[in-house]
Design a protein around this ligand. Structure first.
Ligand code: ATP
Length: 236
């Protein structure tokens, strides 16, 4: 089986600042891969680069066997590489329903209706709040809405950028349960997180990023078995 996402030697940055210094990673179809790393490691920059929002300066990004390096972000979305950005970024003055509809702007009307049903099945709490303004939802509900909006775009790979940020431990547990549930439907997921323990509980494989480079890649078991990695990244 070949990788759904294959990133080889990718470099990128802002102006004279080089942030990504040669990233290699891949996600196989149906895998849930955790990308871990502390503040400023370059995780968000990698996401923006994969989506065509920050230019790739070197290396190659392949998605589903096609070279997508340098494609416009809209083209990347149409192919099914969908991001749920850090900080949720829902439209506060639009309703739950309207926010979800916006996620489907690249898809036809009939599919939109089907996708909406799927999202409401996955997140019944959103269904109870269809006409509520997104800005009045709780943090956890806004995160579910942001993920729901991503699902409306029919992802083949869903990239979640720090979905647990700012949520209570109980909500994080619920959210990670939902992410696990999405994976069990066959969806491939790249979970970008600082919440190491809970990410490793649900991930098939993990990468640890530091200073714009991948320092470790392997299974959660391998990461947990290494004293050095545990001390450096898990604080244990
Ligand atoms: P966080 O968890 O805090 O979001 P991160 O791992 O996602 O961290 P990035 O946001 O990718 O890290 O930031 C990596 C580096 O790039 C940081 O040193 C940051 O200051 C720098 N950086 C990010 N955005 C810009 C920008 N627009 N212009 C210049 N430098 C930037």
């Amino acid at each position: 089986m070949s990788a759904l996402l294959n990133v080889q030697g990718v470099k990128s940055g802002y102006g004279v600042v080089e942030v990504l210094r040669g990233i290699d990673l891949h996600v196989m179809p149906g895998e849930l891969v955790a990308l871990l790393g502390s503040n400023g490691a370059g995780k968000t920059t990698l996401n923006l680069t994969l989506s065509g929002l920050v230019a790739t300066r070197a290396g190659q990004v392949q998605f589903d066997g096609h070279d997508i390096t340098g494609l416009h972000s809209r083209q990347v979305v149409v192919r099914g590489l969908i991001q749920v950005p850090e900080g949720r970024k829902v439209f506060p003055n639009l309703s739950v329903h309207e926010n979800l509809e916006l996620g489907a702007f690249t898809r036809g009307r009939e599919r939109r209706v089907q996708n909406l049903e799927k999202v409401y099945d996955t997140f019944p709490r959103l269904k109870e709040r269809v006409s509520q303004l997104a800005g009045t939802l709780s943090g956890g509900e806004q995160q579910m809405l942001a993920i729901g909006r991503g699902l409306m775009a029919e992802p083949r790979l869903l990239i979640l950028d720090e979905p647990s940020l700012g949520l209570s431990p109980l909500l994080v547990e619920e959210l990670f349960g939902l992410i696990s549930q999405l994976r069990s439907t066959g969806l491939s997921i790249l979970l970008v997180e600082q919440n190491v323990g809970q990410s490793l509980d649900i991930a098939d494989r993990a990468y640890v990023m530091e200073n714009g480079q991948i320092r470790f890649s392997g299974t959660p078991g391998e990461l947990l078995a290494s004293d050095t990695l545990r001390q450096a990244y898990l604080g244990m």
